[in-house]
Design a protein around this ligand. Structure first.
Ligand SMILES: NCc1[nH]cc(CCC(=O)O)c1CC(=O)O
Length: 308
């Protein structure tokens, strides 16, 4: 049963796809990688919000799922839109790495709390808005491209530091450049950060789907990601909306979901926290979204959408 795995061609994406290959191999399933370029990989001269907030890193892989030229598509869970086309579904989430954002620099003395002003490279509206909220003394410069490109730009002096997901930095082996791991209760990550999602078409043979899911899905991570994605779906937030959410698995009993919305200028930050059972993941996500919207999140979203 050869599994055809679709993936973007960045080093991080290939690492993630090879990680899935390793999990499948452990269960005796052989597979091959199919490298697919996406719009988000090709268009690098504009910010993500300007090239479309939905599916810029996923659309082309989903096209090949529908065409049947690949069996599964491997994505960073945070890059998947909160709602998928009817004929596609996420069949597994891998065990999540620590979901923190991290500050990367060649200067080990830099710190968000140090009071020293410096320039951070990031293209994430969430990270820019949060920095404006918590660290108004710092400035940012738009930074697109894969991890290696961003590190090159850092070394060329385009910025003093980068703000990235620990998961990507760790998977690429750059832990020695981490100068600060940001606190989750302030710099709460984007929905899905740190987990790898496997997407398939409804046409995938059932026993193939079951075998893949059995070898790759991590149930606590899945419950948390379902809660986070339900929040994002109800908010109807695209990848470029500065929303944030993190569900944490306390034990087999409860999930703690904390999340919200921050204005583009960082002046307003709405956050709520809900706790519920793993089987209430979707309801938790919806409750969080309704609470944020009711507290002024709906007006804030309107302002954000007009600007982006
Ligand atoms: N398109 C950005 C993206 N998508 C997934 C990751 C990191 C890996 C992950 O969150 O699992 C990144 C880079 C970043 O946010 O630093």
């Amino acid at each position: 049963m050869q599994i055809r795995i679709g993936t973007r061609s960045s080093r991080l994406a290939v690492w993630q796809a090879e990680h899935i290959q390793t999990l499948l191999q452990a269960g005796g399933l052989t597979s091959e990688l199919v490298l697919i370029e996406t719009k988000g990989d090709q268009v690098l001269d504009r910010s993500l919000s300007k090239i479309g907030s939905k599916g810029v890193f996923t659309q082309e892989l989903e096209d090949q799922l529908r065409a049947g030229s690949i069996d599964i598509a491997v994505h960073s869970a945070k890059d998947l839109p909160s709602t998928l086309p009817a004929e596609l579904a996420i069949i597994a989430f891998t065990e999540r790495e620590p979901a923190n954002d991290v500050l990367i620099s060649r200067d080990p003395t830099l710190s968000l709390a140090g009071g020293k002003a410096f320039v951070i490279g990031t293209s994430s509206t969430r990270r820019v808005a949060m920095l404006k909220h918590y660290c108004p003394h710092l400035s940012t410069v738009d930074m697109r491209g894969n991890l290696q490109t961003r590190l090159r730009k850092l070394d060329e002096g385009h910025c003093d530091a980068l703000l990235l997901a620990y998961a990507g930095v760790h998977r690429m082996g750059y832990d020695d450049l981490i100068v600060q791991r940001l606190p989750l209760d302030e710099f709460t990550p984007a929905v899905g950060q740190g987990s790898i999602a496997i997407e398939a078409a409804e046409s995938l043979v059932v026993d193939k789907l079951a075998a893949i899911r059995k070898l790759t899905n991590h149930e606590p991570t899945e419950a948390c990601l379902l809660a986070e994605r339900a929040f994002l779906a109800r908010l109807e937030g695209g990848c470029s909306i500065p929303s944030f959410a993190l569900a944490q698995w306390n034990n087999a009993e409860t999930i703690r979901l904390s999340g919200g919305l921050v204005s583009l200028d960082g002046s307003q930050l709405l956050r709520e926290t809900f706790v519920g059972g793993p089987h209430e993941a979707l309801a938790l996500g919806h409750a969080l979204a309704e609470s944020i919207l009711a507290r002024g999140g709906d007006e804030l979203l309107e302002q954000i959408r007009q600007y982006l």
